[in-house]
Structure formats: C-alpha cells, structure tokens
Design a binder for this molecule. Structure first.
Ligand SMILES: Cc1cc2nc3c(=O)[nH]c(=O)nc-3n(C[C@H](O)[C@H](O)[C@H](O)COP(=O)(O)O)c2cc1C
Length: 379
C-alpha cells in the first residue's frame, strides 16, 4: 500500500487518516457535514453555537448513526459582562439593551423597509451556563475533542483530560497561544485575520510559525484562508500538524442542513449565503462588529455598510446578537438579498462550486500529495 505522506501527529491523536479538520461552525456544521468529513478520513466537528443542549444531544446521536469515526464538538465561551447574569436568557438580554439602541434599530428597519419581526438570536454565546451544558453533554457522549471557539476553556481542561477528551482552542495572537498551552490545551488553532467568522488582525502567514515556535511541543493547527492542497502543504511546512477549515466547508452540500430543519435559517437564506461566497472575489469581505459585537469577517453587504454609515450601535457580545436578531428575521421574511449578513473569509474568492464535503477532502489530499511529490518529498 502507498504510504500516506500527509500523516501527522494529529492523525495519531484521533486515529484519523488525514490532518484536515472541518471547523465546528455555528449554524453550518451539523451531523451530516461532520460525519461526511470524518468518513472521508478527516475530522468533522459539530458546531454547538446555534443549538439548545437537547438539540446538541440529538445532533451527536445523529452523527453517531452516520459514522463510526471520531468527530468533535465546538462551542463559544461567552465573556462575563458585569451586568449579564450567568444564566441570562434572550429575554434578560433584551431588557439590558439600552433604549437608544432599540430606537436606532427600529429606525434602521423603517428606513430600509425591513418588516417588523421577532428574531431568535440563537443560543450562541448567550450565557456561560449554556456552554457548561454543551460541554457536559460532550463529556457524557464520550466525544474525543471539544473545541473552544472564543473565550478561555481553562475550567474544562481537568474534566476533559480525566476521561481522555482533548481540548482545542482558537487564537489570533502569540500571547493567547502561550497562555492556553500553559493551561493545558492540547491543540492550539492559530487563526489568521483572513478567516471567516470572529477574527483578529494578524495574517495566517506571520501568525502560524510564531505560534508554532511559542508553544512547541504543543501541536498547532493552521486556520484562515485555506481551501486546497497548497494551503495544507504550506501549513505543514510552517510547522502545523494540520489545517482547520471554515469557509471552505460552508459551500459543501452537507452544510446548514439541520439549521434549516430546526428553523434557525431558511433555505432561501442559505442559498443566498452560499451564492455570495461563490460569487465573491478575494476583496469582497469586511471585518465588522455589527452581528455579534466582536470583530467578525463577513462578505460585504448593505446591512453592515449602512449600519456603520449611520453610526449604528456596537454593543458587547451577546447583546449585539440580540439587538440585530429582529432585523435579520425581517430580512429573512422579506427575502431582502443584499441585507443578509453572509459570514465568510477571504478565501471565498477561490471557491467556485458547491461540492460534497468528501470530495473537498479528497481534492485537498490529492493536491497536497501531488505538490509534495513534485517537490521530491513524496517518496
Ligand atoms: C460561517 C462561519 C461560522 C463560524 N462559526 C464558528 C463557530 O461557531 N465556532 C468556531 O470555533 N469558529 C467558527 N468560525 C471560524 C472557523 O472555525 C475557522 O476558524 C475559520 O473559518 C477559518 O478560516 P477560513 O474561513 O478562512 O477557513 C466560523 C467561520 C465561518 C466562516
């Protein structure tokens, strides 16, 4: 049998074939996507951010029905704001949002003809209690890896390690990587500013080798701006043990399926989102706080552009999510295409077709192997 030249420490850690991880994106990464990636030899991850604890349990069960390979769970850890109780609900948060902010949102809706609607912010980052529940479920379900998207996972490390679960955490700066590695995080994800979703200011190319050096021997995954085998080889060359891909998997056939089924997004909205990524050039994204209050890379759109132009509020997470949720529901109901907030990274410019997730994994593997062989490193 031909030697798998892409085999790394990450493959040994999880018993997977290729060092390709599909990130656990909220609203995007359900059991169909996670299982497809794991079945193709990579590591799939379910994004818990949009799910209630019961829904997460059900999604894990479904993934187990679809694959006997390992897969992970990913969830954000919300910041603790002084005025937000740890068990805050969407209702509590609505009351905490200042009247001027609601006023602005109402006027914004009226000016752009967005119908009045009642939105669901989704559970993402609403309260630390929910993150604790998600983590507990992952433990009970014997999930081999839990990923902390944003926030500090120090409180989960001892319990995870006690049952052999690994913790991965995402960073955008060397000092964050050092702190998390010292706390016992098993795999650091170094995510450059190119990435879709919450992101920092440093590019993947300078960030990755600096993080690798800073936390060695802790393994590091490369994230931000990777779509193909060249990106995988470059990441390995810079010392990563694999890649963590987000935007690349948004346009796979299996993405968002359960989100539509659960009613968090409509088919129309998902179609518009995917098409926006397929149509985008490398310069069609922007970093904005409009959706979550944190810097988040999305494709340029009229909602964000006008919100900023008019000096719209940028409240702290999770208040901003709740503030814009009614408007986004109105946009969805009225099918206002230019007003959706399609999250995606700079690599969108390279993505030209929707494909099955397994095909994407296979193509990355094939191209990476070919590149290495061409360099004389494949034998
Ligand atoms: C639509 C979308 C949603 C995301 N949601 C999450 C999330 O819930 N949790 C998380 O850890 N990262 C999330 N991210 C970030 C990804 O995990 C990943 O770090 C990033 O997409 C990598 O950069 P790339 O988009 O260039 O591949 C999201 C990214 C995108 C594009």
């Amino acid at each position: 049998m031909k030697k798998n030249i892409l085999h790394t420490e990450l493959c040994d850690m999880f018993g997977i074939e290729y060092p390709i991880v599909a990130s656990g994106m909220g609203f995007v990464s359900g059991p169909a996507l996670a299982a497809a990636v794991s079945n193709a030899g990579g590591l799939g991850v379910i994004g818990a951010a949009s799910l209630t604890p019961d829904e997460l349990r059900e999604m894990i069960k479904r993934a187990k029905d679809l694959t006997d390979k390992p897969f992970g769970v990913d969830a954000p850890i919300p910041p603790q704001l002084d005025d937000v109780p740890p068990d805050a609900t969407e209702e509590t948060l609505r009351e905490l949002i200042p009247a001027e902010a609601w006023d602005f949102a109402n006027k914004f809706g009226e000016e752009f003809g967005i119908p009045k609607a009642r939105g669901k912010a989704g559970l993402q980052a609403l309260s630390i209690d929910i993150t604790r529940e998600w983590f507990q479920i992952a433990l009970e379900e014997k999930i081999p890896v839990f990923v902390s998207a944003v926030g500090n996972p120090d409180w989960m490390i001892a319990d995870a390690h006690a049952q052999g679960m690994k913790i991965m955490a995402c960073v955008g700066l060397v000092r964050q990587a050092r702190r998390l590695a010292a706390e016992g995080v098993d795999v650091i994800i170094a995510q450059g500013t190119e990435a879709g979703g919450h992101t920092g200011r440093v590019g993947t190319m300078p960030l990755l080798p600096q993080v690798v050096d800073a936390v060695s021997p802790t393994p590091v995954l490369a994230a931000g701006g990777i779509y193909d085998g060249r990106g995988l080889v470059a990441s390995l060359a810079m010392g990563a043990v694999g890649v963590w891909l987000g935007t690349a998997f948004v346009t796979t056939r299996e993405s968002c399926l359960e989100t539509i089924e659960l009613g968090y997004m409509s088919q129309w909205e998902v179609d518009v989102w995917k098409q926006a990524i397929l149509n985008a050039t490398e310069d069609d994204t922007i970093i904005s706080r409009v959706l979550t209050g944190k810097t988040l890379r999305m494709l340029k759109n009229r909602f964000q552009e006008n919100w900023v132009k008019k000096g719209g509020p940028e409240l702290k997470t999770p208040k901003q999510n709740v503030l814009v949720s009614d408007l986004l529901e109105g946009v969805r109901e009225a099918k206002m295409e230019g007003f959706t907030l399609p999250v995606g990274g700079q690599i969108s410019g390279m993505i030209k077709e929707e494909k099955p997730a397994a095909q994407l994994v296979e193509e990355i593997v094939e191209q990476a192997t070919h590149v290495l062989e061409k360099m004389g490193l494949g034998k």
